[in-house]
Design a protein around this ligand. Structure first.
Ligand code: NAD
Length: 270
């Protein structure tokens, strides 16, 4: 059901790779709620071609950008401004990648070249996007930026590897940039800490099935799906959450504040 929550709003959605992607679902929901969007992803992702289907469905242009490149981001914001004839009202940062995870290198043996690359893509990219946006005054007053995080930013989940550090910095950037963008332009910046979700990035983590099943049992409401995450992001882009900023918002069915559940106790007693 749509509520026209984003009627008249314009936004950029980073990170839709395929139908499983959280960003894919967010794009669909934003479109259904009346927003106009621009889709962006890395040149590599664009070559895979699936994004064109989403672009057609949402009537959205695709503008490629490797988020580690300032030139690419400057080009993206310039073209987006041209397309909309002005700034945007919301941005979704749904981007993550760790070479150490991909190559199965344990945290305590991380290759720092890989660590730097993953950090640049997964965490620093939020700072880069915001810095370029601020420089070109590309986000309208009372705009909203959401980046996706995971609870491993704050508690240890073995095998989430260096992505845990990346997410910790991502959440910190949202807080700190949230201060500056808030005081300068009334733009709000938050992270949404989502339940484990079956996507390309998610499934790359070793032992992911265990993660997802454990979280399901440990969450009073069960795991939050990508579609439900999209619903939540829509509320954060809407005018109904104008005073929420610099927060890490858990969207995890209660997992983060649950010590133990009956289901887990029963499992342990088997
Ligand atoms: N899947 C989960 O369990 C889960 C849980 C919590 C948070 N998250 C976060 O959600 C976000 C989206 O991930 P997802 O699970 O939908 O997986 P996904 O693989 O569909 O999305 C990751 C995206 O990052 C993009 N990307 C990678 N390198 C890039 C670069 N250099 N420039 C631009 N884009 C680049 C990829 O092309 C891809 O579209 C990530 O930040 C992820 O960490 C995922």
């Amino acid at each position: 059901m749509a509520y026209n929550l984003l009627k008249g709003k314009k936004g950029i959605i980073f990170g839709a790779l395929n139908e499983q992607s959280i960003a894919w679902k967010v794009a669909q929901r934003c479109h259904a709620e009346g927003a106009e969007i621009v889709l962006s992803n890395s040149p590599l992702a664009l070559r895979m071609g699936e994004l064109n289907n989403l672009a057609a469905e949402c009537n959205a242009p695709v503008i490629g950008a490797d988020v580690t490149s300032n030139d690419d981001l400057e080009n993206l914001f310039a073209k987006t401004k041209e397309h909309f004839g002005g700034g945007v009202d919301f941005i979704l940062h749904s981007i993550g990648m760790s070479v150490n995870v991909r190559k199965n290198i344990p945290y305590y043996e991380n290759n720092y070249e890989f660590t730097h690359k993953g950090f640049d893509i997964s965490a620093l990219s939020l700072h880069r996007v915001l810095q370029v946006a601020l420089k070109y005054d590309a986000i309208n007053e009372w705009g909203s930026v959401v980046a996706l995080s995971y609870i491993a930013a704050q508690r240890v989940f073995p095998d989430y590897n260096d992505m845990a550090d990346n997410k910790a910095v991502l959440e910190s950037i949202a807080r700190n940039f949230g201060y500056y963008y808030g005081t300068k332009k009334k733009v709000r910046i938050n992270t949404v800490s989502q339940s484990p979700t079956r996507t390309t990035a998610g499934s790359g983590v070793k032992g992911f099935d265990g993660f997802i099943n454990y979280a399901e049992k440990m969450s009073p409401l069960g795991n939050a799906s990508a579609d439900q995450c999209a619903d939540y992001c829509v509320t954060l882009f809407s005018d109904l959450t104008k005073m929420v900023t610099m927060q890490n918002l858990f969207h995890d069915g209660g997992f983060s504040f649950t010590g133990v559940t009956q289901a887990v106790i029963e499992q342990m007693e088997k």
